[in-house]
Design a binder for this molecule. Structure first.
Ligand SMILES: [Zn+2]
Length: 680
């Protein structure tokens, strides 16, 4: 109440001072996007429409603009935002107090991020301060120096029509919808870097500097309300001015890009299970909302069970016209998806999970955005698992998370991605968590998430910090996992073949697994192999870490089918191909290398050899000096006789000089050599 009253005095002083001046020139749309996905498509509730919208977000990233920007010369402790929202002129007017702690000696000026709006004045403890607003940077002369650890405040007065990404864009401050709302979307499709906090208040607009916040949002009349992050602590009705001011406090550290205000006409619904979950909907949608949001308590129950206590003091969804965004404790949820059914439960779950991942633990660097989006996407499956059990979980992973990756055509690493909001950071990031769960086991996986949260809650983290927490909890060095999956592109494309032989003790299963993906990354993974036998199935786990692996497995019964990764624990493709040959133990009793025929030879000669069991075989030609001329065989071969022809050329296809050469057969069972004579 005290702070609200103080704020209003200053706020209206500014309003009066500016009321006679014309508003700043309207800002042009900052981005125009053609071919916006057909809104009718979202009727299906599939991810496709949202992926199409996300496609609009695709843009090249400038790595040099993504430097972490933390720590910097000061640390923001608290934002106090006091604004009058004018729906008639579509403008805002007020001030923001930025309270900070100096992190550098002799700090005499600071830079804040702030764009489009007009700065009227800046005030500090010594009175008016000098400033230079070179959009998007507001440089403030503190008019004195501060020592490391000193705290100080600057109060920036400003006004104007806030900017956004345009009608088809996503981020920024909008006046839009029916009924019209004024609302802030904190992340841009086209903004680089992505944070758009600077579009409505001066801030250090990087997710790694979080602060507490309070809001004093004033609207004309008493019909419209203003909803912000945190909890509503006061509502001040001014009957003389005919305004209402809503005072919200975000008492948990918050990053500028998840700070929001939503002003307009709302009907407030409260969850019947959790009385701190709110749904702010349009009056016309109340009936539909009761169904649409009907499973949110189950989602919350699932996430509480998996991720631990809810990190904040309130949660809610607030309807507006633009899109879904995980503003802390106050998700903006787009009008068009509010339907009297549950086809968008995945979206509700995704945004709710962001409260733990992306908001409570923020990404310290936009290059690590998978720590937010991959986690939230994975949480969609966690909700499915909670509501429908393991089968629902696995089905969701396969159909809604893995298949989009396999069909995306994207081929770049998760870290520092070519596109920030693509399938790679969302669905492939989710796959990484799914696979990590497989690698370290269920309980260790969730213990690791808890440790990661405990270490970085209300702060921010980057990928090496997440890896370190997982390694500490699991006791495993996981470089082999993170290096390939986070910092390199692609996924394993397995090609496998198998052959079973009867042996006195049962069956000998020869299984060959190749990784045939291009691009150079060979993945190391524990691969589950399901062997089907008349007496029952056997699920084996084999470590596959090379491009060509051969396993000789002893089975009790005759295998009739072999399947790679039957439960989809690995993001991969797999294809079964015929085995290289039929193995006939009666033919080859021992290793042999026959004399080549003809010998001596002029144009070509045939070389026969036999191996007693299936194995990897190399057959190479050396010259008299012991130098390898050409390799004729380098592959897995079945047991039995084989023949290969040498045409008297080297590895480059050139004719070699007449003379004496040596044919060398190298196998796991030994090595044999024969002399070969070439004449011309
Ligand atoms: Zn998300």
């Amino acid at each position: 109440m005290t702070r609200a009253s103080l704020s209003l005095v200053a706020l209206f002083a500014v309003c009066v001072a500016l009321s006679i001046s014309a508003w700043a020139t309207p800002q042009p749309d900052r981005m125009t996007v053609d071919n916006f996905p057909n809104p009718a498509d979202y009727e299906t509730g599939s991810r496709d429409w949202f992926k199409a919208v996300e496609a609009l977000k695709y843009r090249p990233l400038l790595s040099d603009s993504l430097t972490q920007n933390c720590p910097h010369s000061f640390d923001v402790l608290h934002y106090n935002i006091a604004l009058f929202i004018d729906f008639i002129t579509e403008s805002i007017d007020g001030y923001t107090i930025v309270a900070s702690e100096a992190k550098e000696a002799d700090l005499s000026s600071i830079d804040l991020d702030f764009t489009i709006l007009t700065v009227d004045s800046v005030v500090g403890e010594t009175g008016a301060l000098g400033y230079l607003h070179s959009d998007p940077v507001l440089t403030i002369d503190l008019s004195r120096t501060y020592a490391v650890g000193d705290t100080f405040e600057v109060q920036v007065y400003y006004h104007g029509q806030p900017g956004n990404e345009g009608p088809a864009g996503f981020g920024g401050f909008y006046f839009e919808g029916l009924p019209v709302k004024a609302f802030q979307m904190g992340v841009g499709l086209d903004a680089d870097p992505s944070s758009m906090g600077k579009y409505w208040f001066p801030c250090w607009d990087w997710p790694c500097d979080k602060a507490t916040a309070e809001y004093h949002i004033t609207v004309a009349g008493t019909i419209k309300k203003a909803i912000c992050n945190g909890i509503l602590v006061d509502t001040v009705i001014d009957t003389v001015a005919n305004t209402a001011t809503y005072v919200w406090e975000a008492n948990y550290p918050i990053a500028p890009h998840v700070m929001t205000v939503n002003a307009g006409r709302f009907t407030e619904l409260v969850d019947s299970t959790y009385d701190w979950i709110y749904y702010w909907v349009n009056l016309r949608d109340v009936e539909d909302a009761l169904i649409h949001f009907g499973n949110c308590d189950i989602m919350m129950e699932g996430f509480l069970a998996r991720y631990g206590p809810y990190p904040f003091d309130k949660f809610g969804y607030c309807m507006e016209a633009k899109g879904d965004m995980e503003h802390q404790t106050c998700v903006t949820h787009v009008n068009t998806v509010l339907q009297p059914n549950h086809i968008y439960d995945w979206l509700l779950a995704h945004e709710m999970a962001h409260m733990w991942w992306g908001d409570c633990v923020s990404v310290g660097d936009w290059r690590d955005v998978w720590l937010s989006e991959g986690f939230a996407t994975y949480s969609e499956a966690i909700y499915q698992e909670h509501a429908g059990g393991p089968t629902a979980y696995h089905n969701y992973i396969q159909q809604n998370i893995m298949n989009p990756v396999l069909n995306s055509g994207e081929n770049f690493p998760i870290y520092d991605p070519n596109y920030l909001w693509g399938t790679t950071t969302y669905e492939k990031g989710a796959c990484v968590l799914h696979m990590l769960r497989h690698v370290i086991g269920d309980s260790t996986f969730f213990d690791a998430l808890a440790a990661y949260r405990a270490a970085y809650e209300y702060g921010s983290a980057v990928t090496p910090q997440f890896q370190a927490e997982v390694e500490a909890v699991s006791g495993q060095d996981l470089d082999w996992f993170f290096t390939k999956w986070i910092y390199e592109a692609g996924y394993p494309e397995y090609q496998y073949s198998w052959l079973a032989d009867s042996t006195p003790g049962g069956y000998d299963l020869n299984l060959v697994i190749d990784q045939i993906q291009t691009g150079g990354t060979i993945f190391t993974m524990p691969v589950e192999v399901l062997v089907t036998m008349a007496s029952g199935d056997s699920l084996l786990t084999l470590l596959v870490d090379e491009d060509h692996e051969v396993f000789d497995l002893v089975m009790e019964d005759e295998p009739t089918a072999v399947e790679i990764d039957p439960d989809n624990w690995i993001l991969n493709t797999s294809e079964e191909v015929p085995h290289a040959g039929v193995r006939d133990l009666s033919v080859a009793a021992e290793l042999s290398l026959g004399q080549n025929r003809p010998n001596p030879f002029g144009r070509a000669t045939a070389i026969r050899y036999e191996v007693p069991r299936s194995q990897h075989v190399r057959l190479e030609i050396y010259n008299a000096a012991g130098r390898k001329i050409v390799g004729l065989v380098d592959q897995y071969r079945p047991a039995g006789p084989a023949e290969v022809v040498w045409d008297g050329r080297d590895a480059m296809g050139r004719d070699v000089a007449p003379g004496t050469y040596f044919c060398r057969l190298a196998t796991e069972d030994g090595c044999l050599v024969k002399r070969v004579t070439l004449v011309k």
